[in-house]
Design a protein around this ligand. Structure first.
Ligand code: GAP
Length: 453
């Protein structure tokens, strides 16, 4: 695809997200809050499906991982020890012509000279470090002792609570602590829709191990995480792994892989899988004076564990799911004429709505009553949507556009008007093939979930 086609594709995706209620600009009626987004009804379902699936495979299906739900407000000492207060910065420059604040590493260059991407101006200030953390005030007095931070990553509460979690869970190395939650970064230049936001969510695992296991576990987690993206329906051909060169890694990291996705705006990071050694625990031991070590009952050794960290962005993965799912093909309209169909090909596991239920006609009481019965039957098993408005073809199109994988239509056969053999059967339509099969209503609660898993 050319750059222009990719830009058009992205425009269509952003417009669909608003039109169908996936993602809205936050505080839109007041002009919007830059780099902050609200998820609409469908976006919320999609995001929840992603987080639940991550939690399922990373925590519930494993014996060696437990969960944590840490606070967002963070003690400054935690972030001083972790290095965030002193070094969590991006280089910033100002354009003296249009007054834009810019990230120095994202400037355009023309004939070797730095240029403002907004106005093309070349009169730029020197780069200076800009700390990305959001500071706030705790309590009524506004003195330096009342400073707290909104956490810039979920990881730090895991390190700080390492000993408490170890004591209560009685896990043996290697074991992990997982967390899903909000993080905040005052990005200089939020951009590419939700890709770089100021408020976002992370899904992080800190997997503690013996030092000699670190490199093998780094390779293990990279494989596991790639498998995860495939399982949620992201095409493997659009996923890439970047082995981050030593000079670009954090100084304490012995190896980092970025899992990248080919967005319409370019190949960008979805997740980092990093071997962070024992850096974080050592920093907190030094700063707090508290022991955050591990005693191996078998070898009688006491040591500070090392850690491998797969750290994924919820919002970036939701955006990748949306970009990967967006497709256009053609389908016949009411009169049999072919028209363009927008279809979101979400994996059924991720789809916000699993099954739509349609009575063929809204003004036939018996059809509506039967459709409501089917809705009540399926509701305990999955997220369903009842729709009786408009021609059936239009209703199919509306569901295709939001990626609903299955549609059930209740028609006159269902009522037994075309023979007793078909009574209490419905048509089950597949979003991708648009093929329909006739199935018994009583089989739906098993049949549809078997196609979702
Ligand atoms: N604990 C390690 C850590 O936070 P990171 O690479 O800075 O590492 C991890 O962040 C993931 O969080 C990224 O791969 C990305 O998916 C997500 N992320 C980071 N900054 C983000 C932002 N401004 N907007 C959306 N997602 C972001």
């Amino acid at each position: 695809m050319s750059g222009k086609e990719n830009a058009q594709r992205m425009e269509k995706i952003v417009s669909l997200c608003k039109r169908r209620g996936f993602i809205f600009q936050s505080s839109e009626i007041y002009g919007g809050l830059n780099g902050v987004w609200d998820y609409g009804p469908l976006g919320t379902e999609l995001k929840n499906n992603l987080k639940q699936y991550w939690w399922q495979v990373m925590v519930r299906e494993r014996d060696d991982v437990v969960g944590l739900d840490g606070a967002i407000l963070t003690h400054p000492a935690v972030l001083k020890a972790s290095g965030h207060v002193d070094t969590f910065t991006d280089p910033m420059v100002d354009c003296r012509t249009c007054k834009a604040r810019l990230r120095a590493d994202q400037l355009a260059e023309k004939n070797g000279a730095r240029q403002c991407p907004n106005c093309g101006g070349k009169d730029l200030t020197e780069a200076r470090p800009f700390n990305l953390m959001f500071q706030t005030q705790m309590g009524a007095s506004a003195d330096p002792a009342s400073i707290a931070y909104l956490r810039p990553e979920t990881a730090q509460s895991i390190f700080v609570q390492f000993k408490n979690v170890l004591d209560v869970s009685r896990k043996k190395l290697p074991f992990g602590i997982a967390q899903i939650g909000k993080a905040f970064r005052n990005e200089i230049n939020p951009r590419n829709f939700t890709f770089r936001s100021r408020e976002f969510e992370q899904m992080e695992l800190e997997y503690f191990c013996r030092p000699e296991q670190g490199m093998d576990l780094l390779a293990y987690w990279l494989k596991e995480r790639i498998r995860f993206y495939e399982e949620i329906g992201i095409s493997r051909k659009r996923l890439h792994v970047l082995d981050v060169p030593e000079k670009e890694r954090a100084f304490y990291s012995k190896g980092t892989f970025d899992i990248e996705y080919e967005f319409p705006f370019g190949r960008q990071e979805l997740e980092g899988v990093a071997y962070r050694t024992d850096y974080d625990l050592q920093q907190h031991i030094k700063a707090s004076g508290k022991p955050l070590d591990y005693f191996d009952e078998e070898t009688k050794e006491r040591f500070v564990p090392h850690v491998v960290e797969p750290s994924a962005g919820v919002d970036r993965t939701v955006l990748a799911l949306i970009c990967d799912a967006y497709d256009e093909d053609s389908a016949p309209d009411e009169k049999g004429k072919m028209e363009t169909r927008i279809v979101m090909r979400f994996h059924p596991r991720m789809a916000p709505i699993k099954c739509a239920i349609f009575p063929l006609l809204r003004n036939k009481e018996a059809l509506v009553a039967k459709a409501r019965e089917v809705q009540a039957l399926l509701r305990p098993h999955m997220n369903v949507f009842y729709d009786e408005g408009g021609a059936i073809g239009r209703r199919y199109r509306r569901q295709d556009e939001i990626g609903t994988p299955f549609g059930v239509t209740i028609d006159f056969e269902t009522l037994g008007e075309k023979g007793e053999g078909l009574r209490d059967t419905v048509t089950l339509r597949d979003r991708d093939s648009m093929k329909q099969e006739r199935v018994a209503i009583k089989d739906l609660p098993q049949l549809i979930p078997s196609k979702i898993r």
